[in-house]
Design a binder for this molecule. Structure first.
Ligand code: ZN
Ligand code: ZN
Ligand code: ZN
Ligand code: ZN
Length: 422
């Protein structure tokens, strides 16, 4: 074979092989948001350093409310994606605290970067940190790893910031720490598992994003007409009936007891919402997190509290998509994706980037709301939410990327036993 130049030699090198000079095949970590407005490449050496593949989760309340999810999912950036003094126009910067700034896509809301301005928090003071003064971290949801590389669940931090263990209690085999970076054992998590969430007895479930421009108040579903077909409608959800189930085997929607109206806990009055976790490619890349947690809510149960304090009913899809209410277009970004996600409307907070809702075309007056928005005190809110423990939605999409979805399915089943759900 005529391979004479060093360049063509490189093309024929297999991943992981060394060059004659002893250096490794060079690869890139690529970050690309869902809409494609933002793409970044970070050159790394092969084999890829574990700090770029071991995911760290932060469960603090800032992370929950700013993403709309139950944790931030981050790996250290191998360098600076841009000069922090001049943020690219395609990104919105949101100062989450005096020491940290988040960057998300202005168009599709993908969370992309997290930057520590000064040392001192658990993320920036971790051992093995290089002298990377800007302290950039990458949200893993939009990160593509080189071929043959997989993500691994690394550390779950700030577990004590969730009175019930939060996402950590559904993630077995991880290493857990509290907000001081002190190790927490699986036993500790187990105790938190069974602790009550804090919303019991409240008449409405309160939620909101980090900047508080979008605040929500949910009343209980009771099974009344407005919450059921034909007024409120949805086909089956992949969470409950996997998408690969043949049409003949899909049960029809039960008109009296549709899947989104769940029974109460034995000790309490009132129906509950269904909650579940999704690992589909769209959710992952739009959220920037490997797992997106949703609750399914009939819109007749949702009140929106505007920044001036006025309370309105959740608006119609048309109002949101066509921008008919100026008060809403000022605060809510709308993203209508694309091939792969036809007819889907998603909404996010324009100011802080929190993921707010998902609305599909086979639905009417029923939306998914980001569960992290309702984690101001507890995170599981069991009096309000029945968490689905049989399946992680679109777990098939994580094949080859990581095994966190299947791990979480195991964690959910174990949790079901621990808390004594029949
Ligand atoms: Zn985008
Ligand atoms: Zn955090
Ligand atoms: Zn916000
Ligand atoms: Zn999804």
């Amino acid at each position: 074979m005529d391979v004479t130049t060093p360049e063509s030699l490189r093309v024929f090198k297999a991943l992981g092989e060394r060059y004659e000079d002893g250096s490794y095949f060079n690869e890139n970590l690529e970050v690309a948001c869902h809409c494609g407005a933002n793409t970044y490449k970070f050159p790394v050496n092969w084999p890829v350093d574990k700090k770029f593949t071991d995911i760290r989760l932060c469960q603090c309340s800032d992370c929950r409310l700013q993403t709309g999810n139950l944790a931030s999912w981050l790996v250290r950036a191998p360098g600076r994606p841009f000069d922090p003094e001049s943020t690219p126009e395609t990104l919105t910067a949101y100062k989450i605290s005096t020491s940290t700034t988040r960057y998300f896509c202005r168009v599709c809301s993908s969370q992309l970067f997290h930057r520590h301005i000064k040392a001192g928090s658990s993320l920036s003071s971790s051992e093995g940190d290089t002298a990377d003064s800007d302290g950039f971290w990458i949200f893993t949801g939009c990160l593509k790893l080189p071929n043959k590389t997989q993500f691994r669940l690394g550390l779950v931090g700030f577990v004590d910031k969730t009175p019930d263990g939060g996402l950590a209690s559904w993630l077995p085999d991880a290493e857990y720490t509290d907000s001081c970076g002190i190790k927490i054992t699986g036993e500790h998590i187990k105790r938190l598992h069974s602790s009550r969430s804090t919303s019991s007895g409240t008449e409405k479930l309160q939620g909101g994003c980090h900047c508080s421009n979008i605040r929500l108040r949910l009343s209980r579903q009771t099974g009344k007409e407005e919450e059921r077909p034909p007024f409120t409608f949805s086909d089956n959800t992949d969470l409950v009936i996997p998408h690969w189930t043949s049409a003949e085997q899909q049960p029809p929607i039960d008109w009296e007891n549709p899947w989104w109206i769940r029974d109460q806990l034995p000790s309490l009055e009132g129906k509950r919402f269904l909650g579940g976790h999704c690992t589909c490619v769209s959710c992952r890349t739009i959220a920037g997190t490997e797992v997106q947690s949703w609750i399914f809510v009939a819109t007749s149960c949702i009140e929106l509290i505007l920044p001036d304090g006025e309370v309105i009913q959740w608006p119609s899809r048309e109002t949101l998509v066509r921008g008919l209410d100026k008060r809403l277009t000022n605060i809510m970004g709308i993203y209508q994706s694309t091939p792969g996600d036809p007819g889907v409307v998603r909404g996010f907070c324009k100011e802080c980037g929190a993921n707010i809702f998902w609305d599909g075309f086979t639905r009417k007056n029923l939306i998914d709301l980001s569960a992290g928005l309702f984690s101001i005190e507890g995170t599981k809110e069991r009096e309000w939410i029945e968490w689905w423990t049989e399946r992680v939605s679109f777990v098939e999409d994580t094949k080859g990327r990581h095994d966190i979805g299947t791990l979480m399915e195991r964690g959910l089943r174990e949790w079901r036993v621990t808390v004594g759900i029949a």
